[in-house]
Design a protein around this ligand. Structure first.
Ligand code: PLP
Length: 458
């Protein structure tokens, strides 16, 4: 492609993006495609000769877009809704143009330094300790896997050479994300050694039950090595009692990891600081700007106050002479703190978002999402046909129609079939329940109203 052609197609693509962002609601949130339909519509072998960009872009619009679930649709209220604002899209284009690879500081100083800088800004805005070390991963699952690797190393420094020894045990509540199980599988602790701590009536980990499980494992000669507390659980956004959990971890010398993948963004809002009490005592902490901080996929922040353990778990600098890893104090080489060597420039989009919205703009967006969610929860509470199934501390509301699980499943299907709203479902206390999450930049009271109409129409 010549630079003239690039300009022409580039303008065309940006025009398409601008239209898409302005009218994402012209598409059904959920695509109306069947499994395999897209695959069948595309050639089964790649082209022998290159094809013209006109044809590729036309196929993008004709085939790819209709097979997308539109996370940028303002009616997307499933899971943890999020969005990609134009500022971040521009940053992604520029990052790709630069094609930087932050394997080590020298291979792209800006990639490493902007990552350190943006994570420092966020720590300051969130009231998290200033001396924490941070890095960006693709997902919270990867971040939590690194927490578990560090915890394993802290408990058994030989594990990096000999492999994980039997007997290590990790803990998280029955409401925690399965990322914890995957982490335990990945670092060789094993799924059988993941304890699911019972939760209380408001879906928060019970510290007394945690203590009991730890004592039982110790008595059996096992080695408790990591507790994951969740601030903002996946189903209900409940907040585990981090101070009490931190006490237990300190008593037994166990690594405390905090999973704040969704709710971590709310730490920038002073009214929500209560949810992060005790987090300053964590050994590691994950928050995903790609969940609630206007940053597109993918951007997960992993902080630790013990970077030396993380580094001990992963550093192979002495085996990486070809990278000429330097040793200057200001030269951070992130490959030494985790699995990935190659590292794309994720911090650029985060930097664009933090700068263009500012602390105030982002905090106000979160406040507005919480306000919309509370308004919806109030409607549910006021209608005798429905009930809230969990407290709603942030921007997620769990509710059900009083009736059977089948009726609630049918209700969810009906609401989603309309095409302009997408809610998800979960199971709480053994009952199917609906989950409405406000988190998209474009979601307004009108979209909540539309969801309410669909939910209540007979
Ligand atoms: N932790 C929590 C509390 C989550 O809700 C999720 C996903 O929703 C994850 C971890 C996993 O996130 P990711 O998709 O970034 O791996």
């Amino acid at each position: 492609m010549t630079s003239e052609e690039f300009r022409r197609f580039g303008y065309q693509a940006i025009d398409w993006v601008a239209d898409y962002l302005a009218h994402a609601d012209r598409y059904p949130v959920l695509p109306r495609v069947k499994p395999g339909e897209l695959t069948d519509a595309l050639p089964s072998c790649g082209p022998e000769k290159g094809e013209p960009m006109e044809t590729i872009l036309a196929d993008f619009e004709r085939l790819i877009v209709p097979a997308m679930t539109h996370w940028n649709h303002p009616g997307f209220m499933a899971y943890f809704a999020n969005s990609s604002p134009p500022e971040a899209i521009l940053a992604e284009v520029l990052a790709t143009a630069l094609n930087g690879n932050g394997m080590v500081w020298k291979t792209s100083p800006a990639v490493t330094e902007l990552e350190q800088l943006t994570l420092r800004w966020l720590r300051q805005w969130s009231g998290l300790p200033d001396d924490w070390f941070g890095m960006i991963h693709d997902t919270a699952s990867t971040s939590s896997m690194h927490a578990m690797a560090a915890a394993r190393d802290a408990a058994d420094p030989q594990s990096r050479t000999r492999g994980a020894q039997p007997g290590l045990v990790v803990y998280s509540s029955e409401q925690s994300h399965f990322a914890n199980e995957k982490g335990a599988i990945a670092v060789g602790i094993g799924r059988d050694n993941v304890r699911k701590v019972p939760a209380d009536g408001e879906f928060r980990m019970r510290p007394d039950a945690l203590e009991e499980l730890i004592e039982r494992d110790l008595a059996a000669g096992l080695k408790p090595c990591c507790v994951t507390a969740t601030v903002g659980t996946t189903s209900t956004t409940s907040v585990d009692p981090v101070p009490a959990i931190a006490d237990i971890c300190e008593t037994h010398g166990i690594w405390l990891h905090v999973d704040a993948a969704y709710a971590g963004s709310a730490a920038i809002v002073p009214e929500f600081r209560w949810a992060f009490e005790g987090c300053e005592r964590a050994d590691s902490f994950v928050t995903n700007p790609h969940k609630w901080l206007l940053t597109p996929m993918d951007c997960s922040i992993f902080y630790t106050r013990r970077p030396e353990i993380l580094r001990r778990a992963f550093s192979l600098a002495q085996n990486a002479e070809f990278l000429e890893v330097g040793n200057l104090t200001r030269e951070v080489n992130l490959m030494e703190y985790g699995v990935p060597l190659g590292r794309r420039f994720r911090a650029l989009k985060l930097w664009f978002v933090l700068r263009s919205y500012g602390h105030e703009g982002l905090a106000n967006m979160i406040r507005e999402h919480v306000r919309l969610a509370r308004d919806f929860a109030a409607r549910i509470e006021a209608d005798p046909r429905f009930e809230l199934t969990a407290p709603a501390p942030f921007s997620v509301v769990c509710f059900r129609r009083k009736g059977t699980d089948d009726e609630n499943r049918a209700l969810l299907e009906k609401v989603n079939a309309a095409g302009d709203v997408f809610l998800s479902g979960t199971v709480l206390n053994g009952h199917f329940t609906l989950h409405l999450a406000v988190g998209n930049q474009a979601t307004t009271a009108a979209h909540i109203e539309r969801a309410w109409k669909l939910i209540t129409s007979e």
